[in-house]
Design a protein around this ligand. Structure first.
Ligand code: TRP
Ligand code: SF4
Length: 529
């Protein structure tokens, strides 16, 4: 057994087939994930469970672990709890009918809107055309269907914004600007693009980067992007670009030299301990701090770093010798105009020292400094972007086993399926049941591997945790047999679809009153992809 093959696999993801695809995060590839834990280890996605307690009235998809991961979701939660501005945005490629997998994302957008967020839903028509080769007339039709379902499920278009990429001029200007900070080598390494990749596909990538930052165009604010984990490369790239666009970089420093991020806690610890070693604790010297740090018991100081990091920090302190060790905030001018640099200096309160490319400020805290840098940037033609956050949901298993795919009708339930069709599809779904009723009573069913149980957990039981738990417990306890269980699920699905279709009809009028062009003829031929 190797390290990456643990003895016991815990699967609550509805039993993606054993040995399915390796984990690869490819936005345009196959979207199965065989081992969600690898996403934490290899890609640095954080576990949602760790922030669940901080979420005010969490959505059932969060409570049930369907939303399993996140990147930097805390700033959004803080804003939510403090009544500050925040936003939610996600996008849909109109390549086919919206189905129950997309409903997860619709629900996530709507929930954040209900928690007070500025909400955005967009149609990725440029991506559908350039990366998937979908002709414009089909795109128009599908776009309408996505928007109708989003509204029918509760999106409030008066409060939020819906747009299609190709029609949004501000978006395209932002995309162009962001493209100035990205280059082809990155496209190659992030997305595997090569000399054959059509240029419009690349344009659709900068467009998506712009989508992700679009909610911050008027005002920087924490923004969450709910998506499947296949979109994580986009999220990481957008976070990077957000930072590259910034005028200033704000860091904490202790003397004239620069510290690496890993060294900073060490020097901070040395500063905290100054009473122990400094001849004059009001003015500890870097050299004195170096001596202390060289033999300090770091475990006791609560800092965990490699020895090489300690060595380099000691060396920097030694070199600074008699220079006082004194905490400060350092503002680097990354790409600020002279005017913005001057304005920043002007606005810093208290003691400050100015250098060629940076400013040291002695009387401001980090948060205050961040805010100031953002404000000055915004007043001088910059955006002041906050790196966007994301949350990730599990992919639903197809009703026929394997992955749920838009191109295999029996594998999913379309939000446009007739109620009776939905009923039938559930009735013929595969289950996690045993071969015989007798065996089922004895061993219990395998709810964790059952697409029908997933339907209950992801959709049918909605907010009713008790019902979800009842189905699960009865199944694994052998009290529930698949025939009746599917009949119940199928009936609920039929009711859901009936209700959804009614609401879609009501949404028609709402959609038509919005200023979204879903009809204009666009000329062209499907892109080479
Ligand atoms: N690329 C996404 C998809 O394949 C669609 C998309 C476009 C998107 N822009 C976005 C998703 C912005 C989230 C945020 O479905
Ligand atoms: Fe799935 Fe229901 Fe059968 Fe359990 S009883 S395996 S949940 S269909």
């Amino acid at each position: 057994m190797t390290d990456d093959e643990p003895a016991e696999r815990i699967r609550t993801d509805g039993g993606t087939a054993e040995g399915a695809d390796d984990v690869a995060l490819d936005p345009w590839g196959s979207s199965t994930v065989s081992d969600y834990r690898k996403l934490f280890e290899e890609f640095g996605i954080e576990e949602f469970d760790e922030v669940l307690d901080e979420v005010p009235n969490p959505h059932y998809l969060m409570r049930r672990g369907v939303i399993f991961g996140h990147r930097d979701y805390r700033p959004v939660l803080d804003a939510m709890r403090n009544g500050d501005d925040f936003a939610v945005l996600s996008g849909f490629m109109p390549t086919g009918d919206p189905h129950i997998g997309h409903k997860l994302v619709f629900d996530e957008i709507i929930w954040h809107q209900q928690q007070g967020g500025d909400a955005y839903g967009l149609i990725a028509d440029m991506e559908a055309h350039s990366a998937r080769g979908i002709p414009w007339d089909e795109i128009n039709e599908h776009s309408r269907d996505y928007l109708l379902s989003l509204i029918a499920l509760g999106f409030d278009p008066e409060e939020g914004e819906l747009y299609r990429q190709s029609d949004n001029d501000r978006l395209q200007r932002l995309a162009f600007e962001l493209g100035g900070k990205a280059n082809f080598s990155e496209f190659q390494s992030i997305y595997g693009f090569d000399g054959e990749t059509n240029v419009s596909h690349m344009q659709s990538v900068v467009t998506q980067m712009a989508d992700i930052l679009y909610p911050q165009l008027d005002d920087p604010k924490p923004t969450v992007i709910p998506v499947g984990p296949d979109q994580d490369p986009h999220v990481r790239f957008a976070r990077d670009l957000a930072t590259r666009m910034r005028f200033f970089k704000v860091t904490e420093a202790f003397a004239s030299f620069e510290l690496a991020d890993a060294e900073r806690p060490l020097v901070a610890a040395a500063h905290d301990a100054r009473e122990e070693y400094a001849e004059d604790p009001d003015v500890p010297r870097c050299g004195e701090a170096a001596d202390w740090l060289a033999d300090a018991d770091l475990d006791a100081a609560g800092v965990l770093v490699a020895e090489s990091v300690r060595e380099s920090a000691v060396e920097k302190l030694e070199n600074a010798g008699m220079e006082p060790l004194r905490p400060r905030i350092r503002f680097f001018a990354r790409q600020a105009t002279d005017e913005a640099f001057e304005a920043l200096i002007e606005d810093i309160e208290g003691e400050k020292r100015r250098y060629d490319q940076h400013i040291d400020a002695f009387d401001v805290g980090v948060d205050e400094a961040e805010e100031l840098a953002r404000e000055v940037e915004a007043h001088h033609g910059g955006y002041g972007f906050i790196p966007p956050s994301s949350i990730y949901h599990r992919f639903m298993t197809g009703l026929t086993g394997g992955k749920m795919s838009s191109s295999i009708p029996a594998s999913h339930i379309s939000l446009l399926d007739a109620p009776e069709e939905g009923y039938d599809k559930v009735k013929s779904a595969t289950t996690g049941g045993r071969d015989t009723a007798e065996e089922q009573r004895e061993l219990g069913g395998e709810a964790d591997k059952c697409p029908v149980y997933e339907l209950y957990a992801y959709l049918l039981t909605g907010d009713d945790d008790e019902l979800a738990k009842e189905v699960y417990d009865e199944c694994v306890g052998g009290e529930r047999l698949c025939g009746g269980c599917k009949e119940q699920a199928a009936t609920m699905m039929r009711e859901f679809l009936e209700d959804h279709h009614e609401k879609r009809e009501e949404a028609e009028e709402v959609l038509d009153s919005l200023d979204i062009d879903l009809e204009t003829e666009r000329r062209g031929v499907a892109a080479e992809h």
